[in-house]
Write a protein of this length. Structure first.
Length: 280
C-alpha cells in the first residue's frame, strides 16, 4: 500500500489543491478566488455554464496557465508547468498527431519522458489500447477512426503514463448522444477497475452527475465557486430516476435560478471539507 501524505491536523491531505485561484487573460478575469480539493480516487467535476473558467482551471492544473493569484499544488508541490503526473484529454478529435499510428500515439509520451525502453513502451501501449477496447487498431492512423475511437486513444495515451491526476476537458462533448453515453459508461468501468484520480470538466449537469462523485458548481464572469456537492450515489443506471431528476433540477436552480431559501445551506457548503459537502 502506498504512503499517504497526512496533513498536520491528522486528516488525509488532498492530492490536488486549488487555493484561491484567480486566472487572468490580459484585463479579463476568468476566475476569481476559486478553491477546491481533489482527493486520491476522486472523480471531481467542474460544472458551470460557458465562460465560467472550467477550461482555464483545468489548464492551470495542467500547468499551461499560471494563476494571477493563488496556487495549485499536487502532492503539496506547486504546479509550475506541465508534467507527466497530470495528463490531459481534450474535447478536440485532432489532439492526436495524424502521422502517428494508434500504437505510436500511445507510446509517444512514454518515450518522450524516457520512462521506459522502446520495447517496454510498446508493450505498455498495447496493454492500454486493449483496456480501452481498441485491440486490432494498433496500426491504424487517427483519420481512419471514429470520434469515439479517437477519444479512446487519447484516454489510453493518458492512462499509460499512470498520472497522479487525469484531467479531462469535455472529452465526450463532440460525440453523438449514444457514443457519449457509451464513453461515460466505459470511463466508469475503467475507474472501477483502476481507481485513478479524475478532474473532469463539463457543462452538462447530467454528465456531471453520472461521471462525478463530487461536483464544484461555478458561476461565470468571473468564474466563482457557487457550491460543492456530493454525487457519488448517481450513475448511468440511475439517470432518469426521480432522485436524479431532482438533483438535476436543484443544480440547475443553483446555477441559473433565483436564490431561494432552500438553496441557502449550499453557500455555506461551498468550501466544505472532504466528505461533508451538501448532498444534491
Ligand atoms: N486564451 C484566452 N485569451 C483571452 N481570454 C480567454 C482565453 N481563454 C479563455 N478566455 C476567457 O476566460 C473566460 C473563461 O473561459 P474558459 O474557456 O475557461 O471558460 P469555460 O468555462 O471553459 O467555457 P466553455 O464551456 O465555453 O468551454 C472567458 O471569459 C473567456 O473569454
Ligand atoms: Mg471550456
Amino acid at each position: 500500500m502506498s504512503l499517504q501524505i497526512v496533513s498536520p491536523t491528522g486528516g488525509i491531505a488532498p492530492l490536488l489543491r486549488a487555493d484561491g485561484v484567480s486566472l487572468e487573460y490580459g484585463h479579463t478575469r476568468a476566475t476569481h478566488d476559486v478553491s477546491f480539493d481533489v482527493y486520491r480516487g476522486d472523480r471531481f467535476v467542474l460544472l458551470g455554464p460557458s465562460g465560467c473558467g472550467k477550461s482555464s482551471l483545468l489548464k492551470a492544473a495542467a500547468g499551461f496557465v499560471k494563476p494571477a493569484a493563488g496556487s495549485i499544488t499536487v502532492n503539496g508541490a506547486q504546479v509550475l508547468g506541465p508534467g507527466p503526473d497530470r495528463m490531459v484529454v481534450f474535447q478536440e478529435f485532432d489532439q492526436l498527431p495524424p502521422w502517428k499510428t494508434v500504437l505510436e500515439n500511445v507510446m509517444f509520451p512514454l518515450l518522450m519522458t524516457r520512462r521506459v525502453s522502446r520495447h517496454e513502451a510498446g508493450e505498455r501501449a498495447a496493454h492500454w489500447i486493449a483496456k480501452v477496447g481498441l485491440s486490432g487498431f494498433e496500426h491504424a492512423h487517427p483519420h481512419t477512426l471514429s470520434g469515439g475511437m479517437k477519444q479512446r486513444v487519447a484516454i489510453a495515451r493518458a492512462l499509460a503514463m499512470q498520472p497522479e491526476v487525469l484531467l479531462m476537458d469535455e472529452p465526450f462533448a463532440a460525440l453523438d448522444a449514444l457514443t457519449r453515453r457509451k464513453m461515460q459508461e466505459e470511463l466508469g468501468r475503467l475507474w472501477e477497475e483502476l481507481r485513478f484520480t479524475l478532474l473532469f470538466v463539463t457543462h452538462s449537469i447530467e454528465e456531471a452527475l453520472v461521471v462525478g462523485n463530487r461536483i464544484l458548481l461555478l458561476s461565470p464572469h468571473p468564474g466563482q465557486v457557487r457550491a460543492e456537492l456530493n454525487s457519488h450515489q448517481f450513475d448511468l443506471a440511475s439517470a432518469g430516476s426521480a432522485e436524479f431528476q431532482a438533483a438535476t433540477q436543484r443544480i440547475h436552480r443553483l446555477l441559473f435560478g433565483e436564490r431561494r431559501s432552500d438553496t441557502a445551506p449550499d453557500r455555506g457548503a461551498s468550501q466544505a471539507p472532504h466528505g461533508r459537502s451538501a448532498a444534491p
